[in-house]
Design a protein around this ligand. Sequence first.
Ligand SMILES: NC(=O)c1ccc[n+]([C@@H]2O[C@H](COP(=O)([O-])OP(=O)(O)OC[C@H]3O[C@@H](n4cnc5c(N)ncnc54)[C@H](OP(=O)(O)O)[C@@H]3O)[C@@H](O)[C@H]2O)c1
Length: 294
Amino acid sequence: MLENFIRQPEKQPDLLALVKKLCHRVSIVFGGGFVEITFDGKIVLVTGGSRGLGRALVEAFLENGASVVTCARHADELETAVGALQERFGDRITGWVADIREADAMEQLVHVAQEHFGGLDILVNNAAFSHSGTGLSLTDEQWEDEWQMKSMAVVRGARAAVPALRTRGGGSIITISAVFDKQPDARFYASSVVRAGVLGLTKLLARELAPDHIRVNAIGAGLIHTPSWEKRYDPTTSSLKRYLEETARAYDVAVQRLAEPEEVANAVLFLASDAASYITGTQLDVDGGLARYL
Ligand SMILES: NC(=O)c1ccc[n+]([C@@H]2O[C@H](COP(=O)([O-])OP(=O)(O)OC[C@H]3O[C@@H](n4cnc5c(N)ncnc54)[C@H](OP(=O)(O)O)[C@@H]3O)[C@@H](O)[C@H]2O)c1
């Protein structure tokens, strides 16, 4: 078959398409068996999917067969992102305007998944932004914001999602956290503090939900090349490439670069898949060697 493709140059685009399709299916060897990472028929809620890591997560789940609900606060950007994905994946993706700081947002999003796709299998708590400032300079409102986005949305997300996951016989909850939860960093002051609590929540929820076959894990992200970094860079003082290199140096990242969103999304796919069936209550660090804790 391969020879035919090679002898007939006009067929080479078909070969490329075939290779691309096969490469989207990841297989992991397990003591004599293979587990294919596929999400065919699975229903996933990823918060904050209009750009950055969330956008990559949505695409990764879609590429691997899932149906996805996502959200963001800004309708235009969400519509553009979801529209582009609908062109490729049809009605397996839907986007809703929601602010996860609001008390009923997570419940509404779970409801959307149920109404639109008939249930929920995987919740990925991704949406958030960070306030800059220190213990003394951050205002009460900023602390409250961080608390609502990074902690309460996870609590409310679990509360809303668990009945739906139970109906499907189990599932997975993954929170995108940061290595700064274990290695506090003043440059992500409030995030370091709030996310440390969320790591405790991950461990406790994992125990609480294990009897329901629901696994609860977190990703300890290092630095990811997303628009959140591009926003901080001043084009009048350096090139983006140089800014990102300097950032990696400033945080002493072992691999001397930021992660691409797809590199973090791959780890999320693994945690959400059956290949991680014995992993719960864990934080998987995807940080290019940034963190120094043992
Ligand atoms: N980038 C990094 O280096 C890094 C490192 C460690 C951890 N993380 C974590 O990774 C996650 C994604 O970060 P990112 O860099 O991809 O951020 P990003 O590029 O700023 O994207 C954030 C996404 O979340 C949405 N969002 C933000 N606040 C929201 C809210 N209150 N309600 C609903 N949607 C909201 C945004 O849309 P709207 O603005 O329209 O709401 C957008 O879709 C965050 O939890 C972040 O803390 C990032």
